[in-house]
Every structure is written in C-alpha cells, then in structure tokens.
Design a protein around this ligand. Structure first.
Ligand code: ADP
Ligand code: MG
Length: 333
C-alpha cells in the first residue's frame, strides 16, 4: 500500500524526455506538447471507481457519466484550454445493465454537447468488481498562454473563481440519507454541486486570454491541498485570510468550524484557484464582472524559498499552517 501518492508520483517521473515537442509532462493538471507555432495540445486523464469516488446511492448513472467528464474538463480549464475530444475506458461487472450503461453515456453526451467535445474512442472490458470509468480529454491552448502551478511569485494576489465546500456538504448529506431521500431546496442544491459540478472552462479561458502571468490549479482535492501544490511547484509561501474566503449562503446553517472544514478540505469543488500580480487583480476582476463571472481575492503569496500555506484566522492570532489533508470520504465510512 502506498503511503504518499504525491511522493510516489515524483519517484516515477522521468527526468528526461525523448520528444522535443514536450512542453509539460507530469506535474500539472494536464500535459502539454507543441503542435505548431501557435498552439499547444493539452491532455489529461482521470478515473472514477465505484466504492471510492461514488456509490450507487450518491450518483445516478447519468450523473456518473456527467461527472466523469466534468472532472476531466476541469483539469483542462485549469490549463486555460479549449476542450476538443474525449476517450472513455470502462470496466464493467455483471451488476450493471445496458440501460444504466447507456445512461452513463447520456450523461457524458449532455456535458460534451455544452463544450462541443467529441467522443473519439475508448475501451470496454469486464471486471469482477467495481465499475471503473476512465476518461481522457484532449484540448488546445494558444502557445505561451498556459497557466502552470509553478507561475506564482512573491507579492501575487491569491484568487478563487467560486465558492468551495458545497460539494463536500452535499456528499455528507448523500452518505447519511442516500440520493433517494426527500431533501429541502437548499440541500438539493448542495447535493447537485457534488453530483453535477460545472467545470470552470470559461473562467480558465478568460485567465488564459488576459495576458497576465497566472498560476492556476483546479480544486479537486480541497482548497488547502491545491494551494499547497501551487506553493510547492512555485517554491513560495501562500497566506490566505479566513474572512476573505467566500462562504456559500447554502452553508449558512452549519457551525462556522464545519463551514471552514468544508471550505478548506472538502474538495470536489472544481472551481479554479491561482495567483496573479497584485496590481493586475483589479483588471482581472473587471473582466470577470463583464462576463458575469465571479473571482475572489483570498490572500497573498509571501516569500520565495519555503513552500507552505498559512491560514490567518484573526489579526491577533498567529497564522495556522494548513496541509494537504483532503481525505477519502468513502474509505472513512
Ligand atoms: P489532478 O489532481 O490535477 O488530476 P493529480 O494530483 O492526480 O492531478 O496528478 C498530479 C500529476 O501526476 C499529473 O501531472 C498526473 O498526470 C500525474 N500522474 C498521476 N498519477 C500518475 C501515474 N500513475 N503515472 C504517471 N503520471 C501520473
Ligand atoms: Mg487538477
């Protein structure tokens, strides 16, 4: 059993490449290679496993298909890319019937139509175990516009393109009562954020087209974890302020500490977090407003040298170091 996924990935990362076109391999939300003087191709893959990322009580087959594609599109969004194609590998046991499998594909097709993304291949295999759904997405981004995790510099503003915590609160409700329970309107909205997250493709494109130096990551494993990845890739410290992190009105009934736990460690929010030079944040916010999109400034990049993320809760309290402690909700049950 692997103790640390991140350390293991580092250990298997090649230190040379055979292909001169490679721009970015392992280490960011997606890999990039150069196709011509104007464009880089962008590619990434993500897997959803029954019993780990979903159970039948948390996602309908339609939602499973939708979400498997959405989480991949989110990684393209974090590179500022335009989605183009996707491939699907599915390992199926006898427990899944043809109607359910078709529903998975209808869920994917619904989202693919919204982003004009074509299904171009995949693989179908049988398994004596959980359903395993692997989606690969391919996109493109203008050369030099890529938004790497390693672009953060001291003094930058730290931003977030949406609220965090709703998906985790929705998942908690689903694990307690299943998706067949009758929920209030507010609870239904939280649950939907977990089941059918909207990838921030438009926000990623806006960030890629603004010509500022931007570091970026999508929030899949929790805000604390993603900011730590930016801090590590850029070798900087990051300081965020509790009272600047936007709180969803849908979380209003939760105690403050529970809200904060969802906001920092919940995960699966699929909003974008990153940094931009402090004097450029204002113009970025204006551009987001012109497109009716949200962007929040939640802190600052500190010094170069030592990677760490700090939460400032109160002016009188010393900051708390926050680490990558997103956990697997299903395994904890
Ligand atoms: P994300 O959360 O954005 O999907 P991950 O944390 O899963 O990214 O992965 C970090 C990096 O490691 C990515 O560049 C990914 O492609 C790479 N990676 C993850 N697992 C493997 C693996 N088994 N083999 C090779 N590369 C991997
Ligand atoms: Mg990612």
């Amino acid at each position: 059993m692997l103790q640390d996924e991140f350390e293991w990935i580092k250990s298997i990362t090649p230190n040379t490449s055979h292909q001169k076109e490679l721009v970015m391999g392992i280490g960011d939300d997606a890999a990039l290679w150069s196709v011509n003087n104007e464009l880089d191709q962008v590619i990434c893959v993500d897997t959803m496993v029954e019993g780990v990322h979903f159970i039948r009580d948390t996602l309908s087959p339609h939602q499973l298909g939708y979400k498997a594609l959405a989480v991949n599109l989110s990684d393209l969004g974090a590179m500022g890319a335009i989605p183009q194609f996707y491939l699907v590998s599915i390992a199926i046991s006898k427990d899944w019937n043809a109607v359910e499998l078709n529903e998975i594909y209808k869920g994917m097709t619904e989202l693919a139509a919204r982003y004009k993304t074509d299904l171009i291949g995949g693989d179908t295999v049988s398994i004596k175990g959980p359903l395993v759904l692997t989606v690969t997405v391919i996109g493109k981004v203008e050369k030099g516009k890529r938004l790497l995790r390693s672009n953060a510099k001291p003094g930058d503003s730290v931003f977030l393109t949406g609220v965090t915590g709703e998906s985790a609160a929705g998942l908690k409700l689903l694990l307690e009562n299943t998706r067949h329970h009758s929920y209030s309107k507010n609870e239904k909205e939280l649950i939907l954020q977990h089941q059918m997250p909207a990838p921030h493709i438009e926000q990623g494109r806006l960030l890629a087209s603004c010509s500022h130096r931007i570091s970026l990551n999508d929030v899949s494993d929790g805000l604390a974890s993603e900011l730590n990845e930016i801090a590590e890739s850029s070798q900087v410290s990051i300081h965020i302020e509790e009272n600047k992190i936007p709180v969803s009105s849908r979380l209003a009934s939760y105690p403050r500490n529970k809200q904060l736990d969802f906001q920092l460690y919940g995960g699966e929010d699929y909003v974008l977090t990153g940094t931009v030079a402090q004097d450029q944040f204002g113009s970025l916010r204006e551009q987001f407003e012109q497109h009716s999109l949200k962007i929040f400034e939640i802190g600052k990049v500190g010094e170069a040298g030592k990677a760490a993320v700090y939460l400032h809760r109160d002016e009188n309290e010393s900051p708390e170091k926050i680490t990558k402690q997103g956990f697997n909700h299903f395994r904890e049950r």
